[in-house]
Design a protein around this ligand. Structure first.
Ligand code: TMP
Length: 231
C-alpha cells in the first residue's frame, strides 16, 4: 500500500489492483479552508461508518457509487475514479454561506432546492462557479454536468427521505463525483462533515457547524446521527 494523497480528513492509498484504492478516514476536523483544525479521537471511525451506511442505502436505490467494501472501522476499498474538481452542493433550507451571501435568515424555507457548485481549489478558496465557468475551464462537459445534476437531485430526494424517517432535517449537503470507465459515479463521503443535519422539532445542529461555530458536543452529535441511522 502506497500513500498517494493526504487530504484534510482522509488518506488515499494505492492497492495491487490499479482499478481500486483504499481510503482511510482521519480523526482531524478542519474548517475555513484549513484555518481551524482539531483532532478528535473516534471521529474518523464515526464518519466512515455513517458514510458507509449512506452509500449502501444510495447504492441499493440505484445510485452508482465508488464504495466496494469496508476494510476496518476507518478504512474502505473504493473504485478508483478521476474526481471532477467540483463541490456539488444542494440546499433545501437557507443556511451557511447562502444565508450570508443573500441576506436570508438561517432556517428560511426555499421555494425550490438550490444546486450549486464550488471549484475545488484550495489556493483560490473553493470559489462559487457556474455551468458556463465549468465548461469554459474544461472541468466538465455539458453531458457530464447533466449527469451530475440528475444524480445529485436523486441523492437529495433519497437522503431527505432517509433522514426524515429518523427525525432529522436535511438542510444542505455537499457531494463529490468522479469519472469511472466513462460514467459519473458518487465518490468521497457523505457524513456530518459534509451535510447540515438538524434534529426535527428542536432544530438542534447535529453536524460540523458545531465545530465551525465552537458550539461543543461535536462527537456527541455525530454519535447521535450514527445511532439514529444504524439499524
Ligand atoms: P456552505 O453553506 O458553507 O456553503 O456549505 C454548504 C454545505 O456544503 C454544508 O452542508 C457544508 C458542505 N460543505 C462541505 O462539505 N465542504 C466545504 O468545503 C464547504 C464549503 C461546504
Amino acid at each position: 500500500m502506497k500513500l498517494l494523497y493526504e487530504g484534510k480528513a482522509k488518506e488515499v492509498f494505492s492497492t495491487d489492483d490499479p482499478d481500486k484504492l483504499i481510503i482511510k478516514y482521519k480523526n482531524s476536523l478542519t474548517a475555513g479552508n484549513g484555518a481551524k483544525k482539531a483532532d478528535m479521537e473516534g471521529k474518523g471511525a464515526l464518519n466512515c461508518r455513517i458514510s458507509n451506511i449512506i452509500f449502501g442505502y444510495l447504492e441499493s436505490n440505484g445510485v452508482p457509487t465508488h464504495f466496494v467494501r469496508e476494510i476496518d472501522e476507518t478504512a474502505i476499498e473504493v473504485k478508483k475514479v478521476e474526481i471532477v474538481p467540483l463541490e456539488v452542493i444542494v440546499r433545501n433550507v437557507a443556511a451557511g454561506s447562502f444565508s450570508k451571501r443573500y441576506g436570508v435568515e438561517e432556517g428560511s424555507a426555499l421555494k425550490c432546492p438550490v444546486l450549486e457548485y464550488s471549484y475545488k481549489c484550495d489556493e483560490l478558496g473553493d470559489p462559487l462557479i457556474n455551468d458556463y465557468h465549468i465548461m469554459a475551464l474544461g472541468l466538465a462537459t455539458r453531458e457530464e454536468l447533466d449527469e451530475i445534476a440528475a444524480i445529485t437531485f436523486r441523492v437529495n430526494e433519497l437522503l431527505k427521505a432517509f433522514f426524515d424517517k429518523v427525525g432529522v432535517r436535511l438542510i444542505d449537503f455537499k457531494i463529490e463525483l468522479g469519472r469511472y470507465h466513462g460514467k459519473i459515479i458518487l465518490a468521497d463521503e457523505i457524513s456530518p462533515d459534509s451535510c447540515r443535519l438538524w434534529e426535527k422539532g428542536t432544530d438542534e445542529k447535529l453536524d460540523k457547524d458545531r465545530f465551525r461555530r465552537d458550539m461543543g458536543g461535536v462527537l456527541e452529535a455525530y454519535e447521535k446521527i450514527l445511532k439514529k441511522i444504524d439499524c
